[in-house]
Design a protein around this ligand. Structure first.
Ligand code: PDD
Length: 289
């Protein structure tokens, strides 16, 4: 099989040939930011929103944006095309660059830019028909969770703890309120109303999350961005996880207990269908998607 073609600092090259110096601050400090962009039938999903979030992350950590919007688009488009179009997920990372190890910012370093794409497999049918298990954990992360930082050790530790409890995701609580998942956003449904925590420094402003809120409004499904307490979560009628790779997943077991009757709920079913229609329009490259 041909090796995937990736982009590294101005060059397109096979994955095995893409190397970075060990003094890259991404390697030494986790000093960088990233994006994961799903691609459907060769069409990147919500590209302007992903690029906006990338710019916001770079600005928040004071990395100078090394590319203009059109340049980002051109790199992403070329990587998608070189890897055969279809359904993929693009991973894009920018680090502060290579410098002698020193915590303070280096003076004159160019950011390292890396873009790769991977084939995506559809969400397993069983996860959609049966739902998935999640556990609640204390959110052990820092105070800038709105930045899509590559420093993901707390997220990794929490996800692993969930996996070791036979769950696919950890739902994180800070001061008794839901923030998000270890690598996803969280929605609940109570008495027919869709609820999700408002955007703040406690959570990543998920592109999938925003689309779900937008689609709920468009299709007149009641939806509110509001704080969700632990008790509300544990007594919700439905719990969902959203992310670029999970799309919208129903959680049917929480801390070993069934969520409602332990089946994916009717509001999830409705939203999932609306979301798939949106994706279908994007696949056909229709305006508005
Ligand atoms: N993660 N919250 C966190 C902490 C995340 O890592 C992610 C996504 C999300 C959902 O964001 P979006 O809908 O834009 O994918 C929320 C990606 C997929 C990852 O790290 O692989």
């Amino acid at each position: 099989m041909r090796s995937p073609l990736v982009y590294l600092n101005g060059k397109y090259l096979p994955l095995e040939e893409a190397c970075i110096p060990v003094l890259d601050r991404g390697f030494i400090f986790g000093d960088g930011v990233y994006e994961v962009i799903p691609v459907y039938n060769g069409n990147p999903f919500r590209l302007p929103q992903h690029l906006q979030r990338l710019e916001d992350s770079m600005q928040a950590v004071r990395i100078d944006n090394p590319c203009k919007r059109q340049e980002w688009s051109a790199i992403i488009t070329k990587v998608i095309e070189e890897n055969g179009g279809g359904d993929q997920s693009v991973y894009l990372q920018v680090t502060r660059g290579v410098a002698r190890r020193d915590h303070r910012f280096p003076g004159d370093t160019r950011p390292t830019v890396f873009v790769m794409s991977n084939p995506v497999s559809p969400v397993p049918a069983g996860e959609l028909s049966e739902g998935v298990a999640a556990v609640t954990l204390e959110d052990i992360r820092w105070q800038y969770c709105h930045i899509k930082s590559i420093a993901l050790l707390p997220n990794i530790l929490m996800r692993q703890q969930a996996v070791e409890q036979d769950a696919v995701e950890a739902i994180l609580l800070r001061d008794g309120e839901v923030s998000e998942g270890a690598a996803s956003n969280v929605f609940i449904v109570k008495e027919g109303v869709i609820l999700t925590p408002p955007k703040s420094e406690r959570l990543l402003p998920g592109i999938t999350r925003d689309l779900v809120v937008e689609l709920a409004e468009k299709h007149q499904l009641p939806c509110k961005e509001t704080a969700i307490g632990e008790t509300e979560l544990l007594h919700a009628d439905e719990v969902w996880l959203t992310s670029s790779l999970k799309e919208i997943l129903p959680v049917t077991r929480l801390n070993g207990q069934p969520v409602s009757d332990g089946r994916p709920g009717p509001v999830w079913q409705q939203m999932y269908t609306i979301y798939q229609d949106y994706k279908q329009a994007l696949r056909q490259n229709k305006a508005g998607a």
